[in-house]
Design a protein around this ligand. Structure first.
Ligand code: EPZ
Length: 428
């Protein structure tokens, strides 16, 4: 398996463009199955999860052409709604196909997506909502089969502001008969991006980005070209890379309003963050203070996806920070790996007490999930001595060639095969 080798201690400096958002691209790629004609999507990030979604679309019969970050998809040739199990199992987000395939074709069959290292991640809210829209749902032998002659609009109130359930039900409602209201909806920017895309295609969605969304069903949706918005989690990770190496990093192609909670927390640590229309810049002031409380919450609260990367920064802050993970029940797997690098962290259920240390030491560590892996990269950038990170396929799911992005900012980081760790070349 490939590994990342990092020679820490380099200040990161320079400017980098943030690539398109994984969590916007995945539901939009699923939504394409509802459209007549060919969609051309721009700035689709080149990530393993995106490749799995494109493979699923091909397996359903869609024609998919990918050239760099431009993806053209002709969904009219879809001839099955039976999602292959081996692809479903590779990526939980394939559950986004439930709503679109059901509402367009009247049937869909998927295997139950497994949980993952950050929690059980059930899909009960997705299924309850589809049932309210008139779907007949059968679960057996690890598969879920949904059928409906035509979905009908309904009033849905989500127990939790689930991002995926909001997206799945919003898509399903687009071609339903009548009006749907989704209450206690998630408000993440990706919900608004998905609604913008669907409305471009002729959907009638209002309120996306607020806690109540209204969808008036239409007869058909037409394919349109669309630009995927920048990835706010990648942006936050790059800001943290500048901060943890006491450097100065500028991001372009970024939406500062998507990162208000993260910018606020970064400033609380003493880091300088400059904001302009679509540019963000982080600049170390030499001071790094602990924060009294970092608590993840649904948007616009602090994003759970940046909890682990931000914790890496806090391991080097003066004082003790209290980090609470309220979204997923098992999202502290990065703690033990950070401890191997000298971090001083105590965990009590879903709260971590992070006592800053003077320095981290490079070590052999392994990524346990996508954002935990990102946290280890950040820690490696600041650590004294080399860090080797194993199981980096987790990281490749959400960061496009992370070593290239960081090398462009001056990091000494290389991707190697296991037996060649010794002669890692850090590239130009
Ligand atoms: C999306 O996952 C993101 N993934 C996640 O990003 C992100 O962490 C999460 O939203 C929260 O912001 C994509 O967009 C592809 P949820 P999703 O449904 O939709 C519970 C990353 O690193 N829940 O909002 O699966 C669930 O267990 C990934 O890029 C139910 O109980 O998240 C969790 O505790 C990780 N029943 C909470 O809600 C349901 O039916 C939030 O989950 C659905 C969810």
């Amino acid at each position: 398996m490939e590994r990342l080798v990092i020679d820490g201690g380099q200040r990161l400096e320079g400017s980098i463009r943030v690539h398109g958002a994984k969590n916007a691209a995945l539901p939009i790629l699923a939504a394409v199955t509802m459209l007549d004609g060919e969609s051309v999507l721009h700035d689709v990030p080149n990530l393993d999860d995106v490749q799995v979604m494109l493979d699923i679309l091909r397996s359903l019969g869609a024609r998919v052409l990918q050239e760099g970050r431009t993806v053209s998809i002709q969904a009219s040739s879809i001839d099955t709604t039976d999602v292959p199990e081996h692809l479903m199992r590779q990526m939980r987000s394939s559950i986004f196909l439930l709503g679109p395939l059901l509402t367009r074709f009247g049937s869909v069959r998927v295997s139950k997506p497994g949980g993952c290292t950050i929690g059980t991640r059930p899909i009960d809210l997705h299924l309850k909502g589809l049932s309210l829209l008139g779907a007949h749902i059968e679960e057996s032998h690890g598969f879920i089969a949904c059928t409906a002659t035509r979905l009908r609009g309904a009033n849905i109130f989500l127990d939790l502001p689930s991002v995926g359930a909001t997206e799945n039900l919003m898509m399903a409602a687009c071609l339903a008969d009548g009006e749907t209201m989704i209450g206690n909806a998630a408000r993440e920017p990706e919900i608004r991006d998905l609604a913008d895309f669907l409305n471009c295609c002729g959907a009638r969605i209002t309120g996306a980005g607020e806690d109540t969304i209204y969808i008036e069903g239409v007869e058909r949706l037409r394919a349109r070209d669309f630009q995927i918005a920048p990835d706010r989690v990648v942006a936050g990770t790059l800001l943290l890379a500048g901060a943890i190496t006491r450097g100065q990093v500028q991001l372009t192609n970024v939406r500062p309003a998507d990162l208000t909670a993260v910018i606020t927390k970064l400033r609380e640590t003493g880091v300088q963050v400059n904001v302009s229309r679509d540019i963000l810049e982080v600049k170390s002031t030499g001071v790094l203070q602990a924060v009294d409380r970092l608590q993840t919450a649904p948007f616009p609260g602090f994003p759970t996806d940046l909890q682990a990367p931000f914790m890496a920064l806090l391991t080097l802050a003066n004082g003790t920070s209290v980090v609470s993970e309220t979204i997923f029940e098992d999202r502290f797997k990065h703690v033990s790996e950070l401890q191997r690098m000298g971090a001083s962290i105590k965990v009590d259920l879903r709260t971590a007490f992070v006592q800053g240390v003077r320095e981290l030491s490079g070590a052999a560590v392994e990524a346990t999930d996508l954002r935990a892996g990102a946290a280890l990269v950040l820690a490696g950038l600041a650590a004294q001595g080399p860090t080797v990170i194993d199981r980096i396929y987790h990281i490749d799911r959400g960061y496009e060639a992370i070593e290239s992005q960081l090398r462009d900012l001056g990091a000494r980081i290389a991707r190697t095969r296991p037996h060649t760790v010794a002669d890692a070349t850090y590239g130009t």
